[in-house]
Design a protein around this ligand. Structure first.
Ligand code: ADP
Ligand SMILES: Cc1ncc(COP(=O)(O)OP(=O)(O)O)c(N)n1
Length: 265
């Protein structure tokens, strides 16, 4: 069985973070493991409280996983402080980790900030160069590239800046654009659009976590990067199309849709 590790925050409502990642990896037939960076008290309306783990405890979780069940691929999500980022960077190097998808989580859809400013600099300087793929959404891409994104051309320019600066592939996600759901992939001075039909569903909590952990699952299974992105986007669209409606705010996706025999693309 192929294995994957998610290094991320826990979402008590189960729609994003570690919980979304484990569900996604599991329905893809991949054995999921976790190293938790923070506990969030969170629901579909917002993040009420965050409790970060200590760097020592994160370090121990990573050591416990890597020395026993080696992950074929790794997803990194919410990491809110520079000390935790340092630990992750050190362990990824020490254990020679491969197939690393970094989702630079900064702000939840509800508006809550999930990272501090110093940590953003550490992400850029210590973690991004180790990534196989970065998956910023539009607001994150604006912060990381220093460019305002209003048009498709802006998305291409921002992705180029990030890809060239960090020497890695970038998928700039278009879920925050108004009428489309097109994601822009940039690597090796070339770009490609991953076109998605926009689905009218206000329950989008955890779309980014779900996409990045689906990509990680496909990388663990040995798919090449572009194929992994196509397959993951198809899975994400099905999870939105299943129209689960839970909670009072922006609710979670139906992660199990692909086990129920419907919603074929
Ligand atoms: N309404 C929607 N219909 C179809 N796809 C969507 C929709 N909203 C987001 N997506 C897709 O979900 C994925 C996550 O994108 P996005 O919502 O921008 O990220 P994040 O959750 O990190 O803010 C992308 O592939 C994006 O195109
Ligand atoms: C613990 C935790 N991690 C990440 C997020 C953000 O998840 P994302 O998939 O970007 O979805 P939204 O929250 O933006 O819908 C989170 N909320 N909690």
């Amino acid at each position: 069985m192929k294995t994957a590790l998610t290094i991320a925050g826990s979402d008590s409502s189960g729609g994003a973070g570690i919980q979304a990642d484990i569900k996604t990896m599991t329905v893809h037939g991949v054995y999921a493991m976790s190293a938790i960076t923070a506990l969030t008290a969170q629901n579909t309306m917002g993040v009420q409280k965050v409790m970060e783990v200590t760097p020592e405890f994160l370090s121990q979780q990573l050591e416990s996983v890597f020395t026993d069940i080696y992950p074929d691929a790794i997803k990194i999500g919410m990491v809110s402080s520079s000390a935790l980022i340092e630990v992750i960077a050190e362990k990824l190097t020490f254990y020679d980790a491969k197939n690393i998808v970094v989702d630079p989580v900064m702000v939840a859809t509800s508006g809550s900030k999930l990272i501090n400013d110093k940590a953003i600099e550490y992400l850029k300087n210590k973690l991004f160069a180790k990534a196989t793929l970065l998956t910023p959404n539009i607001p994150e891409a604006e912060i990381l590239s220093g460019r305002t994104i209003k048009t498709s051309e802006d998305m291409i320019a921002a992705a180029r800046i990030m890809s060239e600066e960090y020497g890695t592939a970038v998928l700039c996600k278009g879920g925050h654009a108004l009428n489309e759901a097109n994601d822009l992939f940039y690597y090796n001075h070339q770009y490609k659009w991953f076109i998605g039909e926009r689905i009218e569903n206000s329950n989008t909590h955890g779309t980014g976590c779900t996409l990045s952990s689906a990509i990680t699952s496909y990388l663990a299974q040995g798919k090449d990067l572009e194929n992994a992105i196509w397959l993951a986007k198809n899975y994400l669209s099905g999870a939105l199309r299943a129209m689960l409606n839970l909670g009072k705010g922006s609710g979670p996706l139906k992660h199990t849709w692909n086990l129920e025999g419907g919603y074929e693309e």
